[in-house]
Ligand binder design. Structure first.
Ligand code: GLU
Length: 475
């Protein structure tokens, strides 16, 4: 057993990312020390703090890891889960660094985690824990608009981000940029329209782009385009839910959805909004009238399909089930859903894997837009919407006069429309995902790199190297 392997024979999560990094390093000629620096986690803050729950004092374990300071602030979500541990948070922070570099988001990677099960704790107590965690971060200068900016992740959402902002503001009263200390806030609290669905929409844009490349589709024996593709989505949290909705709306067929309690299957396709309504009313996706139940949720990953989207937690595809995976394309909506051993097995089978460090970067991309909005103190589109509409109207009038033809009211409505915040956010996200995809593919081709993951790492590491080279090393 190598020193990197634990008793079960599997690698630690951080070692998995190091393996991917090392594969990419073969394509980069640079001083070894610089690569070591890029790989290492710069700061790890592990804390324990007491919280009074009822009459008892509970000790809570929590983390904030800043993987890289080559760009500031650091950026990354905070997760609430009983599985939180130092190795996991370090790895997720590292993934954030690579992710941000790929999509040209000028942040270093970070991640936070609190070891609690939010499903078994009252919202009052979650609030207490969140506020206490935030004050611990403030004490150690681990949060701030130019320092480190958290966001939602597994088990957290807008509600928690609001509490973080409120706690920050009350301890840093008068800071005019305080709103930019956290992203993923509700729109009424300085959030940006389109953040909630951003990761799922980014996943959709990335997979759609792949499905338009004839060469890739030929290699897995599929037609070009998303329409009619059979998709399985594992995990119906914020990311899986929105990804499923966008795929469904685009004409793809969602044949199975998997959650903790089990999965549901219908080869003719599931009506995603109906499934969500069923989930809301019953607290479970099981027993959906138009589908078959699959009791063992992990079995859903092994069903025949064109595209598999793991959108929950890490390491769900491993050496023991990789051989049974029948998907032709895997889109990593979750962070690290495939272990390195499974990656090699799937690569040999010819499966196309769209890697997490590119595919789920939509969330942090729109977080970047939110941060910029908070620092500029104005809603996107507020200054130019009406101006654009007026210019468009004048333009239309000239066209009507020159062409001696009237344009219909419906057509006019479409053309006259000035950009709203949601339009700008979505088009910015779409552009980012399309560009990222083609940069990875171009590099893969030009350096003859074996797969998209390694190409994505090469792209990302090269950008970080460039930053270090231009910055120099202090002192
Ligand atoms: N938690 C998300 C991720 O893993 C979003 C991070 C962010 O917006 O800062 O990418």
């Amino acid at each position: 057993m190598s020193k990197n392997q634990n008793k079960t024979g599997s690698y630690s999560f951080f070692n998995c990312i190091e393996k991917n990094f090392d594969k990419a390093a073969r394509f980069i000629s640079i001083e070894k020390g610089l690569l070591e620096q890029i790989k290492a986690c710069n700061s790890v803050y592990r804390m324990h703090f007491p919280v009074k729950i009822g009459k008892e004092i509970k000790v809570v374990e929590a983390y904030r890891v800043q993987h890289s300071h080559h760009k500031l602030p650091c950026k990354g979500g905070i997760r609430y889960s009983m599985k939180v541990n130092q190795d996991e948070i370090m790895t997720l922070a590292a993934l954030m660094t690579y992710k941000c570099a790929i999509v040209d988001v000028p942040f270093g990677g970070a991640k936070g985690g609190i070891k609690i099960d939010p499903q078994t704790i009252s919202s009052e107590n979650i609030e207490k824990i969140t506020r206490r965690y935030t004050s611990e971060l403030i004490k150690k200068n681990f949060i701030g608009p130019g320092i480190d900016v958290p966001a939602p992740d597994y088990g957290t959402g807008e509600r928690e981000m609001s509490w973080i902002f409120d706690t920050f503001l009350s301890l840093r009263s008068g800071d005019v940029d305080a709103l930019a200390c956290v992203t993923g806030k509700p729109v009424s609290q300085g959030g940006v329209r389109g953040r909630k669905e951003a990761t799922g929409l980014g996943v959709f844009y990335g997979v759609r782009e792949l499905c338009h490349v004839k060469e890739d589709m030929d290699s897995v024996g599929l037609d070009v385009g998303l329409v009619g593709k059979r998709i399985i989505i594992q995990g119906l949290g914020n990311v899986g839910y929105h990804a499923a909705s966008f795929f469904h709306e685009s004409g793809a067929i969602i044949i199975a959805l998997a959650e903790r309690e089990g999965a549901i299957y219908n080869e003719k396709g599931l009506n995603v909004s109906k499934v969500f309504l069923h989930l809301k009313n019953n607290g479970s996706i099981l027993n959906f009238p138009e589908a078959k139940n699959i009791e063992k949720t992990e079995k859903a990953l092994e069903l025949e399909c064109d595209i598999l989207i793991p959108a929950a937690l890490e390491n769900v595809i491993h050496k023991n089930n990789a051989n049974r995976i029948k998907a032709k394309i895997i889109g990593e909506a979750a962070n690290g859903p495939i272990t390195p051993e499974a990656d090699e097995i799937l690569d040999k089978k010819g499966v196309i894997i769209v890697p997490d460090i590119y595919l789920n970067a939509g969330g942090v991309t729109v977080s970047y837009f939110e941060w910029l909005k908070n620092l500029s103190h104005v809603r996107y589109g507020r200054m130019e919407k009406k101006f654009r509409e007026n210019v468009n109207a004048e333009f239309l009038q000239v066209i009507e006069t020159v062409c001696k033809k009237k344009i219909s009211i419906e057509e006019k409505k479409m053309i006259l429309r000035g950009p709203r915040e949601i339009d700008l956010v979505r088009s910015g996200l779409e552009d980012t995902m399309i560009n990222g995809f083609h940069k990875i593919c171009d590099l893969k081709k030009s350096l003859k790199i074996e797969n998209m993951r390694t190409a994505a790492f090469v792209l990302s590491i090269n950008k970080i190297i460039d930053s270090y080279e231009k910055l120099g090393i202090f002192p």
